[in-house]
Structure formats: structure tokens, C-alpha cells
Design a binder for this molecule. Structure first.
Ligand code: HEC
Ligand code: HEC
Ligand code: HEC
Ligand code: HEC
Length: 189
């Protein structure tokens, strides 16, 4: 499923959520079940479809959603399992109000800390924005070869060679002002 279709689904879902109390829809029920199980997450970033659905790992869900599905929707059964963040269990992530299915605080926007200055990369934007001309082409960054990126967000690994070849390479090729090629355009500080 494309991201556009997924977003449409999410929008339909939130409309459906408004009627959840009168009409027992299956999907918003997953969200309410989560909030009921972990009341501290109400009104936080974790009170979101993204907690189980982004970034998509398989089919329609992220790694946490997949574990939940495999455990027949038993939250307690997967609390002790490793989350998407190395060394942290699902419960440790949820307790810290962090996404159990992604290392990113916002699963669409990744911050890469490094000595030159943090680079904020809008993953969702690069996939969705028609201007990038890479809509749906995951291989623009996740293809074969050492100058490409793994499909795991890991802020502790500095991928300078890949970034300066693949990211800057495309920015130079598209040659539009909105695609930065100068250091400060990507490295903040
Ligand atoms: C606590 C985790 C969790 C949350 C939060 C959650 N979901 Fe889900 N959702 C799941 C799981 C698990 C499935 C089952 C996936 C499957 O069986 O393939 C699922 C399935 C779905 C499906 C069906 C996908 C299909 O292939 O038919 C839709 C649509 C969906 N969710 C939308 C939403 C929306 C919209 C929200 C936010 C209002 C939401 N979900 C919040 C866990 C969650
Ligand atoms: C295949 C082409 C392509 C690749 C690969 C690419 N970008 Fe971009 N990027 C663009 C284009 C085009 C824009 C301008 C988008 C617009 O017009 O809104 C852009 C905009 C940006 C911006 C400024 C707007 C924003 O989203 O904040 C940043 C920062 C950025 N890219 C970082 C990166 C990084 C980091 C990578 C590598 C991980 C990368 N880009 C890989 C094409 C690409
Ligand atoms: C413009 C470059 C670019 C494009 C296009 C792109 N990605 Fe990524 N993706 C990245 C980067 C960079 C990372 C982080 C890599 C790292 O930290 O080592 C990443 C990470 C991921 C992750 C791991 C997320 C997490 O939270 O652990 C997934 C899953 C992923 N990408 C899927 C996709 C899919 C599916 C597509 C196509 C629809 C896609 N990507 C297109 C650059 C891109
Ligand atoms: C298109 C975005 C982009 C531009 C433009 C860019 N960089 Fe980078 N740079 C990155 C990314 C992404 C990384 C890898 C960050 C990570 O993996 O933590 C990186 C990594 C680095 C590192 C490694 C830092 C470390 O901790 O080892 C250095 C040094 C660096 N860049 C210098 C520069 C300089 C100097 C320029 C200007 C000539 C520049 N960069 C322009 C995106 C960019």
C-alpha cells in the first residue's frame, strides 16, 4: 500500500474514531485498548496510529504492531520483548513515552546527531513530496551498494559516506534551491 493510501486510511480511521463509542469499530478499538492499558500515554505522542503503524515493517504495521498481531493482540505478552531500539524492551520504551516500533521520536522525521551538527531528515516528506521525484521509489536510498542506507533508523551510526554521495548527489542533480547542497543547509547549529 502506498503512503498516500495509508494516510487516507488514517484519516478515515480518525473519523471512525469519533464514532467508536457508539459503534464498535475494530480499528480505533486497538488504539483505545492501548490507551486503556497504558493510561500515562493519553495525550502524548504515543496516542497515535503511528505507535503501531509507522514506519511500516510488514503489510500495514511497524515492528511493534507486528509483534502485537503475532501475540494475538495480547499487550502484556510482548512487554518484555525487544523494541525497535537496541537494549530497550517494548515496556521500557512505552514507559519512557517513546515509540516501541521506531527509534525515531517522530517516525517520519529522523534526527542524525553528529559532530558537524545534527541533520534533520524528513523521511516521510522525501517519500511523499512529488517535488523530490522519488515518490514510492524506496530504492533511491535503500538500493544495493555501500553508499545506500539500511532500512533501520540508527542515530548512533554516522553514515557520512552514504549521505554525502546519495543525499548530496541527488540534491545536486535536481538542482532546486529547496534541496540543500551547502553544509549549513543540512547540518544545524
Ligand atoms: C496498539 C497498536 C495499534 C494502534 C494504536 C492502532 N492500530 Fe491499527 N492495527 C493494529 C494491528 C496489530 C492491526 C492488525 C494488522 C493485521 O492483522 O494485519 C491493525 C490493523 C489496522 C488496519 C487494517 C489493515 C488491513 O490490512 O486491513 C487499519 C486500517 C488500521 N489498523 C488503522 C488504524 C488507525 C486509523 C489507527 C489510529 C486511529 C490505528 N490503526 C491504531 C494495531 C494498532
Ligand atoms: C533522489 C533525490 C533525493 C535524495 C536521495 C535525497 N533528497 Fe533531500 N531533497 C530532495 C529534493 C528534490 C528536495 C526539495 C524538496 C522540495 O522541493 O520541497 C529535498 C530537500 C531536502 C531538505 C530540505 C527540506 C526538508 O525536508 O527539510 C533536506 C534537509 C534534505 N533534503 C536532506 C536529505 C538527506 C539527509 C538525504 C539523505 C539521507 C536526502 N535529502 C536525500 C531530493 C533528494
Ligand atoms: C531519500 C532517501 C530515502 C528514501 C527515498 C527512503 N528512505 Fe527509508 N530511510 C532513509 C534513511 C536515511 C533511513 C535511516 C537509515 C539509518 O539510520 O541508518 C531510513 C530508514 C528507513 C526505515 C527504518 C525506520 C525506523 O524507524 O527504524 C524503514 C522501515 C524505511 N526507511 C523504509 C522505507 C521505504 C518503505 C521507502 C519507500 C517507500 C523508503 N524508506 C524510502 C532514507 C530514505
Ligand atoms: C544533503 C545534506 C548534507 C549536506 C549538504 C552536507 N552534509 Fe555532512 N552529513 C550529512 C548526513 C546525513 C551525515 C551523516 C549523519 C549521521 O549519520 O549521523 C553527514 C555527516 C557529516 C560528517 C561526519 C560527522 C561525524 O560525526 O563523523 C561531517 C564531518 C560532515 N557531514 C561535513 C559536512 C560538510 C563540511 C558539508 C559541506 C561541505 C556537509 N557535510 C554537507 C548530510 C549533509
Amino acid at each position: 500500500m502506498s503512503r498516500t493510501a495509508f494516510k487516507k486510511f488514517l484519516m478515515l480511521g480518525s473519523v471512525a474514531a469519533a464514532f467508536a463509542s457508539v459503534n464498535a469499530f475494530a480499528l480505533p478499538v486497538m488504539q483505545s485498548a492501548f490507551l486503556e492499558k497504558y493510561p500515562a500515554t493519553v495525550n502524548t505522542a504515543l496516542a497515535s496510529c503511528a505507535t503501531c503503524h509507522l514506519p511500516i515493517k510488514e503489510g500495514f504495521v511497524n515492528s511493534y504492531g507486528l509483534a502485537l498481531k503475532n501475540a494475538k493482540l495480547d499487550f502484556a505478552a510482548i512487554e518484555g520483548l525487544p523494541s525497535a531500539v537496541a537494549g530497550k524492551t517494548n515496556l521500557e520504551q512505552i514507559t519512557a513515552l517513546l515509540n516501541p516500533g521506531s527509534q525515531a521520536v517522530d517516525p517520519e522525521v529522523f534526527d542524525f546527531p553528529n559532530e558537524m551538527g545534527t541533520v534533520r531528515f524528513n523521511h516521510g516528506g522525501h517519500i511523499m513530496n512529488a517535488n523530490t521525484k522519488i515518490t514510492g521509489n524506496c530504492g533511491a536510498c535503500h538500493g544495493e551498494g555501500e553508499k545506500q542506507f539500511p532500512k533501520v533508523f540508527d542515530p548512533t551510526v554516522v553514515l557520512k559516506a552514504a549521505a554525502h554521495t546519495t543525499c548530496i548527489g541527488c540534491h545536486k542533480a535536481v538542482a532546486v534551491p529547496a534541496a540543500p547542497t551547502k553544509c549549513a543547509g543540512c547540518h544545524q547549529e
